[in-house]
Unconditional design. Sequence first.
Lengths: 114, 117
Amino acid sequence: KQEVTQIPAALSVPEGENLVLNCSFTDSAIYNLQWFRQDPGKGLTSLLLIQSSQREQTSGRLNASLDKSSGRSTLYIAASQPGDSATYLCAVRRPGGSQGNLIFGKGTKLSVKP
Amino acid sequence: NAGVTQTPKFQVLKTGQSMTLQCAQDMNHEYMSWYRQDPGMGLRLIHYSVGAGITDQGEVPNGYNVSRSTTEDFPLRLLSAAPSQTSVYFCASSYGASGAANTGELFFGEGSRLTVL
């Protein structure tokens, strides 16, 4: 059974720091991995999507990497800003018949202090 | 671009009442799904659909019904509301398994907050 874990559950950093959020999964047979951002009281916004054949994806100050063999993904945020404060969730999609079925981690709540 | 639209945004029900949460997408996505999000439990899949006329159960389907008569709409029905169904409900959609457009990227609605008294 696929399980997705995000550690730490919460993280507080000063503005300007570079930081890494971690996501681990137990079954390396994945279709893709997606990182989301969720602001309080809002829905999930897709940040980056990494296909199983890819090693990393970049968007602006965000870089996500994928190592299927070790069951890990990291989300790197460069030069963090207070506006980056949110909960970040990763989700892996299983291949095959349940092609729409994502397994979510419980998220890392990030707070960036001015 | 409307994307994924959920209504209502907020709802209060009494135990035993029924209601329908609406979800519509305008991206011609084949796949649609419903999740509930609860503190400490994360997001859990209730039901999903891989195309019009096709639905299947997720992790926590009991007490909920769905149907998919069109590509655009995927309503979630609570048959007899219970306090345990107090939650935030999210609808999501993506392209299906085939075709060049299938990156598998999932798009979410803004959520529907349901309280059952």
